[in-house]
Design a protein around this ligand. Structure first.
Ligand SMILES: [Fe+2]
Length: 195
């Protein structure tokens, strides 16, 4: 926890900040049910519980005046034809926004509201993305070999709601077709009024 002004650096290409409080790792086994191709998921997990993404958190008190920030690193790869991605979440306090700044790599931020409105934004070095309040968000690495590295900032009291997304995933999927990323409808997704 920091009570005094502080600085840190994000050294590329690794993207690991020189100061951080938490290092969170998520591997394939933590994403059960999240990839559309369940067979490909099972086959891949049987081979190796590969590391999908890492988050370095710079912590501060979880109150509304604070800004939690850190680095997200999504590694390259795919399950079936669906690129490696983060779990994705709403903020527990829905009316809170987030800013992402892409430092390296290429990919997309897949977003949606509780009402089912959907948006997909491209991420590449230098891009700043503003995720407004109420929009769930998931980053997807579409690079062939490089990490997708983003810096994020969001309100200290926002919290995370992973459960809503876990039920059926996002409305849109990012998949490889002829080695190029395409955005397609998620066949498991149903509109909020039909749930
Ligand atoms: Fe967030």
């Amino acid at each position: 926890m920091h009570h005094l002004p502080f600085t840190f650096e994000i050294a590329l290409p690794a993207g690991v900040p020189t100061e951080y409080d938490n290092h969170i790792t998520r591997s394939l086994s933590s994403m059960r049910g999240q990839y559309a191709d369940q067979q490909a998921y099972d086959a891949q997990l049987a081979q190796e519980d590969v590391l999908l993404y890492e988050v370095y958190e710079i912590c501060c008190p979880e109150s509304s005046g604070e800004l939690l920030n850190g680095i997200s690193i999504v590694h390259p790869g795919a399950v079936g034809d669906e690129y490696f991605m983060t779990k994705g979440h709403f903020h527990a306090v829905l009316e809170t926004a987030e800013v992402y700044y892409c430092l390296a790599g290429e990919g997309y931020m897949v977003m949606e509201t509780p009402e089912g409105e959907s948006s997909v934004a491209e991420l590449r070095p230098g891009k700043v993305l503003y995720v407004p309040p109420r929009w769930a968000h998931r980053s997807v690495n579409t690079g062939a070999a490089a990490d997708l590295i983003t810096f994020f900032v969001y309100p200290g009291h926002a919290g995370h709601d992973y459960g809503s997304i876990e039920k059926q995933g996002f409305r849109k999927l990012v998949v490889a077709r002829d080695n190029r990323p395409v955005i397609v409808d998620n066949p498991r997704w149903t509109p909020p009024e039909e749930r």
